[in-house]
Design a protein around this ligand. Structure first.
Ligand SMILES: O=C1O[C@H](COP(=O)(O)O)[C@@H](O)[C@H](O)[C@H]1O
Length: 260
């Protein structure tokens, strides 16, 4: 696993714009070298802010939207079209305004889908969808995502991995159902830490004063069961994208960087 790197922007608007620019470059580079790119989206305010910034960026037209696979890190297990579903919010922020290939948009199941209210069956079906997309080098688990984004919650949760709940302890399955989440809605579907760690790059997004405590805890050596954000890392890069407010309680040894 890679060691976290930090980039701190002045405010959350700038953070969203800079992260969107970074994502455009990543996608364009992956498409140039491999023919397609694979990105995992996050829900939450910071993730949706990034998507809105991407929608407003003229350079978005550099992306070949038809050769982009989109997955989700987690979903609120609600009916299709519910305004609180992460996919609904992503569609509003960006996806409805770009020419994606619908077959490459892998939304997580809804609570009124083929598995009804059975969140475990819904999670298992998403795991199967991921496994079908994985290549032989991925050992049948999940594709090697180019970038996997995670909004960091004020309690250090990422995706729907909440402190101390069973999902954050999962070591075998790639996707699990969550019940009793402390943030509504209580029932969710989430990638697990093993699936997250299969990504080439993991980007953690934290903007706003309410994220300052979470960033400080996760980056100060906390365990992943107590602070799930501490366990999120990419194979080749782990990037924390913060604004100054979210970085305000980081230990001096981490930020600002020591001068030579
Ligand atoms: O519920 C969720 O919350 C987190 C963080 O959201 P934020 O609004 O505090 O930024 C998000 O990462 C996750 O995908 C989402 O389902």
């Amino acid at each position: 696993m890679s060691t976290p790197q930090l980039v701190v922007h002045h405010d959350k608007e700038l953070m969203a714009q800079a992260a969107a620019a970074r994502l455009i470059t990543k996608i364009v580079d992956a498409q140039a070298s491999r023919g397609y790119a694979s990105v995992v989206l996050t829900g939450g305010r910071n993730g949706n802010g990034l998507l809105a910034a991407l929608a407003a960026a003229p350079a978005r037209d550099a992306i070949d939207w038809g050769r982009l696979d989109l997955w989700w890190g987690d979903e609120r297990f609600l009916p299709e079209g519910d305004a609180e579903r992460n996919v609904t919010q992503a569609r509003e922020a960006l996806l409805d305004s770009v020419p994606l290939d619908p077959k490459r948009v892998h939304a997580m199941p809804a609570s009124d889908g083929p598995w009804g209210a059975d969140v475990d069956a819904a999670a298992a079906s998403y795991a199967e969808e991921l496994a079908r997309a994985a290549g032989p080098e991925n050992h049948g688990a999940v594709p090697t995502f180019d970038v996997l984004m995670l909004g960091v919650g004020p309690d250090t949760h990422v995706a729907s991995l909440f402190p101390e709940l069973p999902a954050v302890r999962e070591t075998e399955r790639t996707v699990v159902g969550v019940r009793g989440a402390p943030k509504p809605p209580p029932t969710r579907v989430t990638l697990t830490l093993p699936a997250i760690r299969a990504a080439r790059e993991v980007w953690l997004l934290a903007a706003g004063e309410d994220k300052a405590g979470a960033a400080a805890i996760a980056l100060s050596g906390a365990g992943e069961i107590q602070a799930p954000a501490a366990g999120a890392a990419g194979r080749s890069r782990t990037l924390w994208l913060l604004d100054a407010a979210a970085a305000s309680r980081l230990p001096r040894s981490l930020y600002p960087p020591a001068s030579p």
